[in-house]
Write a new protein. Structure first.
Length: 509
């Protein structure tokens, strides 16, 4: 039975929504850039600040733990305080933390600033996505807005490699932090004057304190478990303890959420078939992406001898592919075909790009192998990310849009932690095995160095094979779980059809 949802007189779209998108996109770019820009600068910062090899991981880990652990809380704060207010507060805090990081004189200041960046990032990221969700409700406009947002979410990390290379090579590592300040000031000022949040979309229920504590501790334990596995191994007692604690805490969190009157994460948000499929497939895709960024950066700099700037520019085809896939293919087809017919094939095209990279050797040609592989990867991911980002917040009650948006970021953050740890472990194991089998027969020093480089490439390609498999699984989940129709006549989970122009998101209970 079809149900037509009439347009309400007071549901006229905000006249400044496209200007608002510029500032939301700028803030999202800053957060995504930060994930990779600091990695480029890490060796220089480590030397200047006297950070030991054992402690250098905390420059990345401190941010990941705070950001990943507090995302759900940040999403709920956005629903409670208002998304605009939370967005501006997140930007201001992120800028201040970045200034502290750029001015760091020792490792304690650096680690503290990175943790603070994570805290304010956890406020900022869900608020940005949920603002899009409540401001763009028309199907065609939503497709364009999420096309731009998806391109930034997917391609911003590669842009960070270029910018990080430039700043580190021609200025110094401190500018990889200071560069966030103008981004944040412009985005915050623009948001304050331009964004007009729809009335009546807040969730003023009392804060679920037990849920906040359990979810934060559970997610921190999970992210730290994967980070620890990368450095100390999967059989390390602390690693195992973190995973056990995470399972216990997150199970308790779900049990609490099912019983409390005003849950931090209403289970209706994640039990919806379409949103569950999006969170799961997106998390798996990010596992592959994070591993690939890492391996290709090492391959280009260590094996091929590229400079940081040249390495950054080598990722340009991926950025072009992502922007094209997201803003041209995804946006144009989103109102014409069902989301799964963009997500599934998109992940498969990306898997094909990954498959090409399994043929990587020391002497592989950039133009003949890496360039087409990156183009395919970018096109596939861009095409898949755009409908995934939109569908993750489609049909959510306005009062739940913050936590629904936070779940998108959580799946990405956890996926990134898993990808870095899992694929790094696979690569390291394959490299060790390859070198152990062949180093004995290598007579001269140059032959031994060649075996070591071959071992590194063997490790990368072994891990990339796993990444291919993970992307195929992500495609299978998207094609199987996601059953929403196209936005012009989208079949919601409970049956019924939502017409093309809906004034507010319609909920499927």
């Amino acid at each position: 039975m079809s149900q037509t949802v009439p347009r309400l007189p007071d549901a006229a779209p905000d006249a400044g929504r496209w200007k608002a998108l510029v500032f939301i996109a700028l803030a999202q770019l800053m957060v995504v850039l930060d994930a990779t820009i600091v990695n480029i600068a890490l060796p220089s910062a480590q030397q200047d600040l006297g950070i030991s090899d054992g402690n250098r991981q905390w420059v990345v880990t401190a941010y990941a733990l705070a950001f990943g652990g507090l995302l759900l809380f940040g999403g709920r704060i956005a629903d409670l305080w208002g998304r605009k207010r939370t967005f501006v507060l997140g930007l201001g805090g992120f800028a201040a933390a970045s200034a502290l990081g750029g001015a760091a004189t020792n490792e304690a200041m650096m680690f503290g600033s990175r943790a603070l960046q994570g805290v304010f990032g956890a406020l900022l990221a869900p608020a940005a996505l949920s603002l899009l969700a409540v401001m763009f409700t028309d199907a065609r406009e939503r497709a364009k807005a999420f096309g731009i947002y998806g391109a930034i979410a997917g391609g911003g990390g590669a842009v960070g490699l270029i910018l990080g290379g430039f700043l580190t090579e021609y200025l110094n590592w401190r500018w990889t932090f200071f560069v966030n300040i103008p981004f944040a000031i412009v985005a915050a000022a623009g948001a304050w004057f331009v964004i007009r949040e729809p009335e009546g979309s807040r969730n003023r229920s009392p804060l679920d304190v037990p849920g906040v504590i359990l979810s934060t501790l559970g997610l921190v334990a999970l992210v730290y478990g994967f980070t620890r596995a990368e450095s100390d191994g999967w059989s390390d007692s602390v690693t195992i303890g973190m995973f056990v604690a995470s399972v216990v805490l997150l199970t308790a969190f779900i049990a609490v959420e099912a019983r409390v009157k005003a849950p931090l994460l209403p289970l209706r948000v994640i039990t919806d078939r379409n949103r569950g499929g999006v969170y799961l497939s997106l998390g798996l895709a990010i596992i592959s992406m994070f591993g690939l960024f890492l391996f290709l950066t090492y391959y280009l700099q260590i094996v091929k001898g590229y400079s940081p700037v040249k390495t950054g520019f080598a990722f340009l085809p991926m950025i072009v592919g992502m922007i094209t896939g997201s803003t041209q293919i995804g946006t144009r087809l989103m109102t014409r075909v069902a989301p799964r017919l963009l997500m599934g094939p998109g992940f498969l095209v990306a898997a094909l790009g990954m498959l090409l990279l399994t043929r990587m050797e020391i002497g592989s040609s950039y133009a003949a192998l890496l360039l087409p592989a990156m183009l395919l990867l970018g096109l596939g991911m861009g095409t898949a990310f755009m409908p995934a980002m939109s569908l993750a917040t489609q049909g959510v009650e306005p009062r739940d849009s913050g936590v629904a948006s936070a779940m998108v970021n959580t799946s990405q953050q956890v996926g990134g932690a898993i990808g870095t740890a899992l694929l790094n472990t696979i690569a390291a194991s394959a490299t060790t095995s390859y070198i152990a089998d062949r180093i004995g027969s290598a007579g001269s020093r140059s032959q031994q160095q060649l075996v070591q480089l071959e071992g590194m490439v063997e490790g990368y390609t072994s891990a990339i094979w796993f990444a291919v498999g993970i992307l195929v699984v992500a495609a299978g989940i998207a094609l199987t779980f996601v059953n929403a129709g196209r936005p012009g006549g989208m079949t919601v989970a409970s049956g019924g059809t939502v017409e093309d122009e809906m004034p507010v998101p319609v909920v499927a209970h």
